[in-house]
Design a protein around this ligand. Structure first.
Ligand code: CTP
Ligand code: MN
Ligand code: MN
Length: 509
């Protein structure tokens, strides 16, 4: 067993680096002086590692017993690039930009050939940065030091669901939420931006040095990072989590239809639990809040992907009954690859329909579900869309498309072919569903907007500040040329903005 691997290594303990470590097994002549190999034992096992090391040395390769500064190539088996990086980070070793991460197949082929074979993509272990299971070859194979400049805009970063910095981003999100509850928008945005940028990093921050060159990390933020690195937690976050106001707001806003204003009111009135609020006779609830309380348990338990797929079938069935040509696209978090969500979002659009047909679709769909007794709550918002209007300058403005916010009854038997049997009695689950109907020529903008996440905000910020353009869910306007830029797809919108295309699953900023 490699003693380096056996030694317990907390993130704070600095391991002395071995400079110019000994070359093992001198009896073998080294034929290839430029290569210094280290074979990773992780997932390979001691026996196989020893065997391969011995064999490689006999073939003239220089193989180190231990990882040292002189190593140029790490050879691994059954490990991904990110797993190796993670291992390096745990060892507290920062790989230099020259360090190559190679699959064992390269070593085996080289030994067969009697000389190092060319290192091609199939040998090189790149770090996985998306959740589609594919490897992104554009990603650098080297850890922190070699990372190229990170943009302050989320729309210039690829943010997948593989977040290596949960420790920090979870903390920032608590703080951001607390500031939001206290209506301190500036600090809230500070922490949200910090969380967003850390989510895009392909490595875990283990020391303050790693934060150098990363944008959006204000002093306030860095202090929290430092505390978490040193103590494993932040006292400020701990205090917020124990704060009565924070806890109450968190609880109250978990009810569908309850926002900051209502939470504030209930908190001031001295309420701390939902059951007290529910049973209070003097309180007046909106229709939305009544539904929120009625289906509370179902709505707080998140929507799974299987449930979302089942809802998708329901939506398509209903939409296609009236508009067979319509496109129905699941948007929101699920389109970004999330496995759970608080609701399921759909964008509906249809080529060659009249305005009247378009306007009638959602009411017809709602009516159909009502007749089938699937509609538990419905709020239909009529379109306020005027073609002549410029895109809104407000980054957070909602769009003008016709839409409905619903709660649907989803029968368990429709999910996973009814395989998962639930508790006796209730045979369905209440699910929040959002439907948006948009004119066909605006579909790319609507899709981009409704896919989210806050990524969207940054795209608008970027358009405004860097391109003198105005972007919203309907259109893109070039202020210099004074024209609307048309787009048939999201790719075209990115191209208009002069941005590299970012896939939906890379928009989890
Ligand atoms: N959106 C919007 N206009 C609204 C409501 C939402 O443009 N009136 C956009 C938001 O930018 C958001 C997306 O639609 O990114 C989906 O909204 P939401 O369902 O709230 O968020 P999700 O990202 O889907 O998160 P979750 O998985 O929790 O549902
Ligand atoms: Mn959603
Ligand atoms: Mn939604």
């Amino acid at each position: 067993m490699d003693p380096q691997q056996m030694a317990p290594s907390g993130p704070r303990k600095k391991r002395p680096r071995q400079v110019g470590a000994s070359v093992a097994s001198p009896p073998h002549d080294i034929k290839f002086q430029d290569l210094v190999l280290f074979i990773l034992e992780k997932k390979m096992g001691t026996t196989r590692r020893t065997f391969l090391m011995e064999l490689a040395r006999r073939k003239g390769f220089r193989v180190e017993n231990e990882l040292s500064d002189s190593v140029t190539h790490i050879v691994a088996e059954n490990n991904s690039g990110s797993e190796i990086l993670e291992w390096l980070q745990v060892q507290n070793i920062k790989a230099s930009s020259q360090l190559e991460l190679l699959d064992v197949s390269w070593l085996i082929e080289s030994m067969e050939a009697g000389k190092p074979v060319e290192m091609t993509g199939k040998h090189q272990l790149v770090v996985k940065t998306d959740c589609s299971g594919s490897h992104n070859p554009s990603f650098q194979k080297t850890p922190p030091l070699a990372v190229k400049k990170i943009s302050q805009y989320a729309c210039q970063r690829r943010t997948t669901l593989n977040n290596c910095n949960h420790m920090f981003t979870d903390a920032f999100e608590v703080l951001a939420e607390n500031y939001e509850f206290r209506e301190n928008e500036i600090f809230s945005v500070t922490f949200l931006r910090a969380a967003s940028v850390l989510k895009s990093l392909p490595f875990t921050i283990i020391s303050m040095k790693d934060t150098e060159g990363i944008p959006c990390l204000e002093n306030k933020v860095k202090c929290i990072i430092e505390e978490i690195i040193e103590d494993g937690e932040s006292s400020e976050v701990k205090a917020v989590l124990n704060d009565e106001r924070y806890q109450s707001f968190k609880l109250f806003t978990s009810v569908f239809g309850v926002g900051l204003k209502t939470s504030e009111k209930w908190f001031r009135m001295g309420f701390r639990t939902l059951s007290k609020i529910r049973s209070d006779e003097t309180l007046k609830f909106t229709r939305m809040q009544k539904a929120g309380f009625l289906y509370y348990e179902d709505l707080v338990s998140c929507v799974t992907r299987a449930e979302a797929e089942a809802v998708s079938v329901l939506v398509k069935e209903a939409v296609w009954a009236f508009l067979p040509d319509a496109f129905v696209t699941m948007t929101g978090g699920f389109r970004r690859g999330k496995q759970i969500g608080h609701d399921v979002d759909f964008l509906i659009t249809s080529p060659g329909t009249t305005e009247a047909e378009e306007e009638q679709l959602l009411p017809k769909v709602i009516n159909l579900w009502e007749r089938k007794e699937l509609l538990l709550y419905c709020d239909l918002v009529e379109s306020t869309f005027e073609k002549s209007k410029l895109p809104s300058r407000k980054v957070d403005a909602l769009d003008h498309f016709q839409k409905c916010f619903l709660i649907l009854k989803l029968h368990h038997q429709l999910v996973d072919s009814g395989l998962s049997s639930r508790e006796e009695g209730k045979t369905w689950k209440a699910i929040r569903v959002d439907l948006v109907m948009c004119p066909y020529e605006h579909r790319a903008f609507a899709l981009l907007g409704w896919t989210g996440s806050r990524f969207e905000r940054d795209l608008r910020r970027y358009a405004t500040h860097e391109r003198k353009m105005i972007l919203d869910n309907h259109a893109l306007y070039d202020k210099t040329k004074r024209i609307f830029l048309k787009a048939e797809s999201e790719e075209e919108i990115f191209a208009h903005l002069g941005l590299d295309y970012i896939e939906p699953w890379e928009r989890n900023a």
